[in-house]
Design a protein around this ligand. Structure first.
Ligand code: S3P
Length: 186
């Protein structure tokens, strides 16, 4: 367990970032180090609806998924406990979700990973992600991500902190977040 300055309100820590940026692996390790709970928004949705995210997309469509995502996000943000929450890559970009999150916590971290790293990683893991499952090559993935990230940056950048990551540096990212929490009074 890591010691953090208990005089501050660290109740909710939110991890934001594109698909494949390491939100879940960082979130798990961060929560463990801080000795608080870890919640993965996609997993919470899958558990509640007893369906994978891919199946929700294919059975109900993306708009319905976004409504479900919002509903579960509201519920989680009302928990009266300490936790690290990893969002889905699209969560910040819909339905004023960033304004809602920023009204609940100042501890929002955007994990920023270079596009080339994301493309390679996501290409080999695209099947579970309905937004990119149609992509046919790493090059196509790269082009898709460049455009998609351009659209999403304005939402991601509503986070209070940006953490640059190389993607395989989970421990380093966790330590940077803890350092930021302990050295900023927002
Ligand atoms: C999405 C990202 C996914 C999941 C869904 C949509 C997106 O989460 O919520 O497939 O729009 O970027 P991860 O970022 O955990 O892959």
């Amino acid at each position: 367990m890591n010691s953090i300055n208990s005089s501050k309100n660290f109740n909710i820590i939110v991890l934001i970032g594109y698909m494949g940026s390491g939100k879940s692996s960082v979130g798990k390790k961060l929560a463990k180090k801080l000795d608080i709970s870890f919640i993965d928004l996609d997993q919470a949705i899958e558990k509640k609806y007893n369906k994978t995210v891919s199946n929700i997309f294919s059975d109900l469509g993306e708009i319905e998924f976004r409504k479900i995502e919002k509903k579960i996000l509201i519920k989680i943000l009302d928990y009266k406990s300490n936790f690290v929450l990893s969002l889905g890559g699209g969560t910040p970009c819909y339905s004023n979700n960033m304004d809602l999150i920023n009204s609940k916590t100042k501890n929002t971290f955007y994990l920023k990973v270079p596009i080339q790293k994301l493309s390679k990683r996501l290409y080999s893991r695209k099947d579970k992600r309905p937004i990119i499952s149609h992509i046919k090559s790493v090059e196509e993935m790269n082009n898709f991500l460049a455009k998609h990230l351009f659209e999403r940056y304005p939402f991601y950048e509503k986070s209070n902190f940006v953490i640059d990551s190389k993607r395989d540096d989970t421990i380093e990212v966790v330590n940077k977040i803890i350092y930021t929490l302990n050295n900023n009074s927002l």
